[in-house]
Ligand binder design. Structure first.
Ligand SMILES: [Zn+2]
Length: 479
């Protein structure tokens, strides 16, 4: 295992004992210059805590939200739950600047940390100052104050966005250590992928975290049926449904075996809320639609839109919970744009027919095409016909074959990667264009409902959300 730079910051034992990190930070770490805004301490008995449901569609550009809504209207005659929430008079909404400490283009680790601890940190780090000082993340503070805590994601549960609410590490890549911190801090509900960081076969240290979670009182489930079959009183759950990330929703929907193995984000959200709310002491959960970001990196429109709609289904679950439990703050947002896709219409008034009829026929993400550099143009054409229902021109098949062979002919260097070439070829059919294949600096969508949402108006800074959540959870804010 790569040694963690944290060992130079804290004695190893500090990480093995829940609370030791916090004690160290309360002793002075958080009071240092540049870390002033919000110090949260456990247990303020004067106020009843509010539940916090924090929903993040990772890497969701404004065009992604728009196209998913329009796709849903085209297909079902109904607007997305996210858009309908905007129409509620009580909704707090605005734009948010997601800059990190090191860049106007954030990564997911710094973005989630800015919400999770109220400080901007450098890209790649998780709740750690550039000098190596840890900032307490909100889940750990909430846990120490007696609230229930949860993370739900379609990525590995140890990925940057969930970790940004729960862990402290200089490097987001240290996912074994992130899993260790989840265990040490005893978070109640963890649902997602990433079995590899919990099992002895994959870990250099041979630890079996699944066994350790079980010994600590968590029920461990490994497929959708087991999640569904959990008894009503199961309120501490570790659900690991894939070795790595969960599959793209378009692949899950089109594969009965994957549907048996992997629950939808809405199903995970529903079960998490049931577990976390059982005893009524207040909770915080982060729910992430993680693979919207990955599909955007891939310039894969069906991957993107089906995952965004799966996230929207999870929003419906959260809003329905909020209606039954009005003492719940729901925040819905994204951490950064990615590739900024959009429908570039050439004119006409077809109501999106051309784009969405194509998307509707796509039965897999780009990975399902199974393209290899040995394929002939005809073989490439038949894969596109089979998986995407696209009649690829011979010229485009030749272009893809050249790209598979390593040719880099696109004028914009970032668009030379195979997936981007596929995205550009498909744009001739779907009209969905992409500006690149990376995160963008865009200000992001922010919407909130419930107590505390009145503070979210107009233009917001990413670090504004931490004190709002800490107050909702009745964590005492000093200073
Ligand atoms: Zn992200």
């Amino acid at each position: 295992m790569t040694p963690s730079p944290l060992k130079s910051v804290l004695p190893r034992r500090a990480f093995l004992k829940t609370g030791a990190l916090s004690a160290l930070m309360l002793a002075g770490g958080l009071g240092a210059p540049g870390t002033t805004s919000a110090l949260a301490r456990p247990q303020n008995k004067r106020r009843k805590p509010t539940n916090v449901i924090f929903m993040v569609s990772d890497g969701m550009s404004a065009g992604t939200l728009t196209m998913a809504d329009q796709f849903k209207v085209w297909r079902e005659g109904k607007a997305s739950h996210w858009r309908m929430a905007y129409e509620r008079a009580s909704a707090g909404c605005g734009l948010m600047d997601m800059s990190s400490r090191s860049s106007i283009v954030t990564d997911s680790a710094a973005a989630s940390s800015s919400w999770g601890c109220g400080h901007r940190v450098n890209n790649g780090s998780i709740n750690m100052s550039p000098e190596g000082r840890p900032h307490e993340p909100i889940l750990h503070l909430a846990k120490q104050a007696g609230r229930k805590t949860g993370l739900v994601t379609t990525a590995k549960i140890t990925h940057a966005t969930p970790a940004g609410f729960a862990a402290n590490l200089p490097d987001r890549g240290e996912e074994v250590l992130i899993a260790d911190q989840y265990l040490e801090r005893q978070y109640d509900v963890l649902l997602g992928g990433g079995v590899e960081f919990f099992c002895p076969g994959h870990r250099a240290d041979g630890r079996d975290l699944v066994a350790e979670f079980t010994a600590g009182g968590h029920r461990v489930v490994r497929d959708a049926a087991a999640l569904k079959a959990l008894p009503d009183n199961a309120d501490r759950v570790l659900g690991l449904f894939s070795e790595n990330h969960l599959p793209f929703e378009v692949d899950r929907l089109n594969d009965p075996l994957l549907r048996e193995q992997v629950p939808s984000l809405a199903e995970m959200t529903s079960r998490a809320l049931k577990a976390l709310s059982r005893e009524g002491e207040g909770f915080i959960v982060q729910i992430e639609g993680a693979r919207v970001d990955h599909a955007a990196h891939n310039n894969d429109a069906a991957g993107l839109l089906y995952d965004q709609l799966a996230f929207d289904d999870a929003i419906a679950v959260a809003l329905e919970f909020q209606e039954r439990n009005p003492d719940t703050l729901v925040i819905i947002t994204t951490d950064h744009g990615n590739a900024n896709p959009g429908i570039n219409a050439a004119g006409g008034d077809d109501g999106g027919e051309k784009t969405f009829a194509h998307i509707q026929r796509f039965t897999g993400s780009y990975g399902r095409l199974g393209l290899t550099k040995e394929m002939t143009p005809n073989e490439i054409r038949s894969r596109f016909a089979e998986i995407l229902g696209i009649d690829l021109s011979r010229a485009h098949a030749n272009l893809l074959q050249a790209s598979l062979g390593g040719e880099r002919a696109m004028p914009y260097r970032r668009m030379n990667q195979l997936n981007s070439v596929i995205g550009q070829v498909l744009a001739n059919h779907t009209e969905i264009g992409w500006v690149g294949r990376s995160h963008t600096s865009d200000y992001v969508q922010l919407l909130a409902l419930g107590p505390g949402s009145e503070k979210i108006r107009g233009f917001n800074r990413n670090t504004d959300l931490f004190p709002i959540m800490a107050r909702a959870l009745a964590l005492q804010i000093a200073g």
